[in-house]
Ligand binder design. Sequence first.
Ligand SMILES: *[C@@H]1O[C@H](CO)[C@@H](O)[C@H](O)[C@H]1NC(C)=O
Ligand SMILES: *[C@@H]1O[C@H](CO)[C@@H](O)[C@H](O)[C@H]1NC(C)=O
Ligand SMILES: *[C@@H]1O[C@H](CO)[C@@H](O)[C@H](O)[C@H]1NC(C)=O
Ligand SMILES: *[C@@H]1O[C@H](CO)[C@@H](O)[C@H](O)[C@H]1NC(C)=O
Ligand SMILES: *[C@@H]1O[C@H](CO)[C@@H](O)[C@H](O)[C@H]1NC(C)=O
Length: 618
Amino acid sequence: MASVAWAVLRVLLLLPTQTWSPVGAGNPRDCDAPLASALPRSSFSSSSELSSSHGPGFSRLNRRDGAGGWTPLVSNKYQWLQIDLGERMEVTAVATQGGYGSSDWVTSYLLMFSDGGRNWKQYRREESIWGFPGNTNADSVVHYRLQPPFEARFLRFLPLAWNPRGRIGMRIEVYGCAYKSEVVYFDGQSALLYRLDKNSLKSIRDIISLKFKAMQSNGILLHREGQHGNHITLELIKGKLVFFLNSDNAELPSTTAPVTLTLGSLLDDQHWHSVRIELLDTQVNFTVDQHTHHFQAKGESSYLDLNFEISFGGIPTPGRAWEFTHKSFHGCLENLYYNGVDIIELAKKHKPQILMMGNVSFSCPQSQTVPVTFLSSRSYLALPGNSGEDTVSITFQFRTWNRAGHLLFGKLRRDSGSFVLFLKDGKLKLSLFQLGQSPRNVTAGAGLNDGQWHSVSLSAKWSHVSVVVDDDTAFQPLVAVLIDSGDTYYFGALYERSCEAHKHRGNPSGLYYIDADGSGPLGPFLVYCNMTDAAWTVVRHGGPDAVTVRGTLSGRPRSAASFAYAGIPLSWWVGRTNETHTYWGGSLPDAQKCTCGLEGSCIESQYYCSCDAGRNEW
Ligand SMILES: *[C@@H]1O[C@H](CO)[C@@H](O)[C@H](O)[C@H]1NC(C)=O
Ligand SMILES: *[C@@H]1O[C@H](CO)[C@@H](O)[C@H](O)[C@H]1NC(C)=O
Ligand SMILES: *[C@@H]1O[C@H](CO)[C@@H](O)[C@H](O)[C@H]1NC(C)=O
Ligand SMILES: *[C@@H]1O[C@H](CO)[C@@H](O)[C@H](O)[C@H]1NC(C)=O
Ligand SMILES: *[C@@H]1O[C@H](CO)[C@@H](O)[C@H](O)[C@H]1NC(C)=O
């Protein structure tokens, strides 16, 4: 009987473009209390420990208990130290120290944070994708102030480099304070309606601030309408926030189109983002995370005539309380303030100003699917296959702005070849490589590099292989192979630069893909690596053009690299001193795109940077 080997995951190939500023958060001046030292040992966990006295519970700053700090079993880049703060806190600084009286310290590390301990976000340090500066000896403490702070319950320290004459060794502290959080959850069929007090003086300036965490890429965040078609609407559309403002009198011939302003992208990443809207007649300041845009509607009237009702999460149809004219929001709102009024608190207390429509609840559920972001062209995910099964079925979702990149790699039964699922020119391709045969390809879908989620399903049964993208494109050629991973499926980039690198990984002789120049212009190619030889040999597989190369292929550094692999989440450029920058000419640090991308003025608007559209300009 055939059983099914399957794997389901969502693959996030691009990071969110911004970190947020703490709108309405506590005053950073008095938000410096040590948070980790008071926690019990059980709040600390880690990837591994060298011995029971090197456990994560011994990683509190300036303590000397146990062996004097946390040290993992093996010192490599796959280790982490995690702290559970017990609840979401505002975190303003971190500090690190090596293991007490040892030669074990970490010289550079990454910091990740998470609400629930599953969906992690990397804290981006200024303009750099590199790690945080760590220690240079075992005992001095290195502080790092987080600008901006973040809110999280879980933190992870990931050592990147350590004393070459010692091991990974860490003691840490986290500084911050309590974070006040009122949340409301909309299931995509619910909304809150807030009735403003008609008798109170109309405030001159309206200020709306909130944070949102979106589970889906489309939905109404807020809406207020008035006489003559005047309205303001904030809507999430394909992961971007769009602010609509119409101040024209609909009964007169319209002289201008309604004003719309779009900010952000990939905001549906299930992480918190902040929004602040300041409205003075038709003048608007619109801030998403840290990016503010100022604009003014140039309609007939500079006066916005709005009703005394504002809805959040959806636009209720008048008269029919549970129907919505637009797609409603699915996700959570937090700390929602309208001119200083805490809307969520009013809703919780069932105040008469608030009408709840549909199923509204006051806690934010953790998502069941967790996206995985590939941070470098070397990042990949290896999942166990099911050796010897007749049927293989793999489904996952991905998103990327890259036109080319690798999604999945696996071997054919009994090492008779391999298959690669990859993007090329925005299309999904499956290539089957078999010994002694030219590669066979299947293509499906188009325009898949639009930054939206796409679902992929690959199945192989007997000699049929099918690839389905977004449920509407399928190809089912007959191929005389069985896809049987034998041991492992690799998601994301999976290319060593050379056979030598494969050898270092302990791989035996066989067919391998190598990518000689990393994210350069050369694609990866299939080679035979003969591991028996001390100086390895590369034999290009597949016919008369077989070549034998001796020595090491070396990649030439490029001064500017655009997206080349699906495995690279960012576009970046390499500076004169080989430092990596995630922003481009004129753009804000950490925006991970060019100025034109932020302002939507790129030559081809779907790309972040003009150079991504194949142009020479940024
Ligand atoms: C927008 O921000 C600027 C600068 O902070 C401020 O001067 C202006 O009054 C703001 N406009 C509105 C409508 O709040
Ligand atoms: C309302 O939502 C909560 C939490 O999301 C859920 O447990 C409950 O079953 C829902 N109720 C209805 C009537 O849909
Ligand atoms: C399949 O794709 C590979 C490269 O991906 C190419 O070399 C080969 O010619 C293609 N085969 C066919 C039959 O199109
Ligand atoms: C691998 O290298 C060894 C030593 O040079 C040689 O004897 C052997 O034939 C090679 N194998 C292949 C498949 O090229
Ligand atoms: C930058 O990297 C290249 C290649 O790795 C190296 O040859 C060069 O010396 C480096 N330059 C600096 C300034 O570190």
